[in-house]
Ligand binder design. Sequence first.
Ligand SMILES: *[C@@H]1O[C@H](CO)[C@@H](O)[C@H](O)[C@H]1NC(C)=O
Ligand SMILES: *[C@@H]1O[C@H](CO)[C@@H](O)[C@H](O)[C@H]1NC(C)=O
Length: 130
Amino acid sequence: MKFSTIVVAAVSSAIAVSGTPIEKRQIGGVLLCTGANATGTCSYNVYDLKTCHQLPAPYHHNTSTFAPDGEDFECFPRIGDCGSICTSPTGCTFGAVDFSYKNKFNLGAIKWNTLISSFDCSLKTPPSTE
Ligand SMILES: *[C@@H]1O[C@H](CO)[C@@H](O)[C@H](O)[C@H]1NC(C)=O
Ligand SMILES: *[C@@H]1O[C@H](CO)[C@@H](O)[C@H](O)[C@H]1NC(C)=O
């Protein structure tokens, strides 16, 4: 609880600095679909950061679209279910997925559509300003 307060404070100050009016949107929105290109069965939710989210059926081992929203956060799809022990040094993920990840509409391109079991998201470290 304390941690999320800090996160919210950090994010609002980052928005204030940018000077752009940004609509208040919750961080952690992810679109999941069983099919590629947002086809099949889809669900959109805003997920708590730093929390493991277990994929329920039909998404468990069956998610080709994994598309996070455009805020400064990223998600880590995991092979294991929440609570499973991961002994791989890579964290049993193929890496971070964010808004600009090229295979977010087709995890099948890296054969992860049948591997994904759970995921968790966290804030990115601030990118260099463009
Ligand atoms: C998704 O859509 C793109 C662009 O329309 C298309 O090139 C690609 O083949 C589609 N991928 C799949 C797996 O259907
Ligand atoms: C994958 O999702 C599709 C669409 O919801 C569903 O028809 C199919 O049964 C699912 N497959 C598995 C293995 O859950």
